[in-house]
Write a protein that binds this ligand. Structure first.
Ligand code: NDP
Length: 461
């Protein structure tokens, strides 16, 4: 490949791109990475990481309340200072971004601060630098961007998750549009931080794609926290008035607030990438790839959200690693997209792996369901009202676990371990042979013996 400037040119220094670049460089390949923004991508700069800090900050509201049930009292009501939090959060994000830069350098990859545009199958223009470079292989890892309906009247008054990480002052009232991961997570975050939150979602329930019991349970918990959940309607326009922003909804209702956040999904970031010039095929806005993340062009690959497969950081990392193994370590590797666990950092949070009950019934016919809804002992003591939900979906014939769903503060932590067992094909008998850890919330996972019958799900004491 000596006829090229680099063996590998990576476009985008996010989770997938950085992992691929580092691994490839560590094999001895000549690697460069172009990034037009800060190094770290969505996850580190404007996604998972700052969001988790916001979740931690927000959860204290509930902790302070619970503490009182355990005998704590506060001479003064605890106060939260958003600008202080923002400054600390930004410091930590800068530190983490710096670690990404150092890791790239230590691996021997060159970092180029520029937007990169494909000129052809082996050539990349560094926009604004009046320079082109060539590479034997090119990896596109540009991620995604928040999508908003550009033609909605008043859309200019609306913010997305990108801006939510930097609002200078917390509003008193916030309207959030959407019923997916970001809408639900931010609704809980801002509610915990003292904002009056209204969630507006077009569907019959939030979190389409998750198990129906999980969706119903979480919607109930959101309302219990005081979030105003409006279902079956959506924004028709946003009007700026002297009193704030007025959301005009499709059902004729209006909601007045000080800030409107749209979280209606994210779109692959392919603008200005020169995909047409290089002949890279795109479908529904996403780059089309095969099991090895290769595009239709022999020298170009793509990983992560820009391919719109499973849009999660760890998936992008594994796709990037598999690409590097295949192309630079002579070890053909494709990432298995089955049984990928995911978490929604709502309050309580969701951890989920495998099939929903509906998916399992569709794929396997007969399934056994085990379901438990309860108040954790932490709350029965303190008088807290929050409920947990644990659900197992089992193939009636093989008795293999097809799905495991947990709604609880530690749901995401719990599901990481459950995912190992499900990925290994655990049966219900093997699962149940695991002795419980007591007293924990998670012990309920291995002590559910009675199959769930639909009439069982009454109110929880
Ligand atoms: P999601 O795809 O999760 O949700 C989008 C929401 O917007 C859905 O409720 C959808 O409704 C609704 N919607 C879509 N289009 C419209 C429209 N035109 N009008 C009204 N409502 C609409 O997207 P998010 O933005 O929440 O998150 C993007 C992705 O980022 C996630 O899918 C996930 O992959 C990733 N992510 C992961 C997180 C995690 O792992 N914890 C956290 C945050 C993001 P409907 O259901 O009816 O289609």
């Amino acid at each position: 490949m000596a006829q090229y400037d680099y063996d590998l040119f990576v476009i985008g220094a996010g989770s997938g791109g950085v992992r691929a670049a580092r691994l490839a460089a560590m094999s001895g390949a000549r690697v460069a990475v172009a990034e037009e923004d800060r190094v770290g991508g969505t996850c580190v700069i404007r996604g998972c990481v700052p969001k988790k800090f916001m979740v931690y900050a927000s959860e204290y509201a509930g902790h302070f309340k619970t503490a009182q049930g355990y005998g704590w009292s506060f001479p003064e009501a605890p106060r939260f200072d958003w600008p202080t939090f923002l400054a600390e959060k930004d410091k930590e994000i800068a530190r983490l971004s710096g670690i990404y830069v150092t890791n790239l350098q230590n691996a021997g990859a060159e970092l180029v601060h520029a937007k990169a545009r494909l000129i052809d199958a082996h050539t990349v223009e560094l926009v604004g630098k009046e320079k082109t470079v060539t590479a034997g292989k090119i990896l596109i890892a540009t991620g995604g961007r928040p999508w908003v309906p550009a033609d909605l009247p008043g859309i200019e008054h609306v913010i997305t998750s990108d801006e939510a990480f930097h609002i200078p002052q917390l509003p008193q009232r916030m309207t959030i549009a959407g019923g997916g991961y970001i809408a639900v997570e931010f609704a809980c975050i801002f509610k915990g931080l003292g904002v009056d939150v209204t969630l507006v979602h077009r569907g019959p329930n939030i979190l389409r794609g998750f198990d129906d019991h999980v969706r119903a349970h979480l919607a109930e918990e959101l309302e219990r926290k005081g979030i105003n959940v409006l279902l079956g309607c959506q924004h028709e326009r946003v009007e700026k008035t002297a009193a704030g922003l007025v959301s005009h909804l499709s059902n004729g209702a209006t909601v007045e607030s000080d800030m409107v956040l749209f979280a209606l999904g994210r779109a692959p970031y392919v603008e200005g990438l020169g995909l047409e010039a290089a002949g890279v095929a795109v479908e529904d806005g996403a780059i089309v790839v095969d099991d090895f993340s290769k595009t239709n062009v022999e020298s170009i690959w793509a990983v992560g959200d820009v391919t719109n497969r499973i849009n999660l950081t760890p998936v992008a990392i594994r796709e990037g690693a598999a690409f590097a193994q295949t192309e630079f370590y002579d070890n053909p590797t494709s990432f298995d997209h089955e049984m990928v666990a995911s978490a929604v950092f709502s309050q309580p949070a969701i951890g989920s792996v495998g099939m929903t009950e509906a998916e399992a019934r569709h794929a396997h016919g007969q399934v056994d369901v085990y379901l438990s809804r309860f108040r954790a002992m932490k709350h029965t003591f303190s008088g807290g009202e929050e409920r947990a939900l644990i659900k197992l979906v089992v193939d009636a014939k093989s008795q293999k676990l097809l799905g495991c769903h947990v709604v609880a503060p530690d749901g995401p932590e719990i599901i990481q371990m459950a995912a190992i067992a499900l990925k290994m094909g655990v049966t219900k008998a093997q699962w149940d042979s695991t002795c419980a850890v007591h007293p924990t919330l998670a012990e309920e996972l291995v002590t559910m013996r009675e199959k769930y019958m639909p009439q069982d799900l009454g109110p929880v004491a």
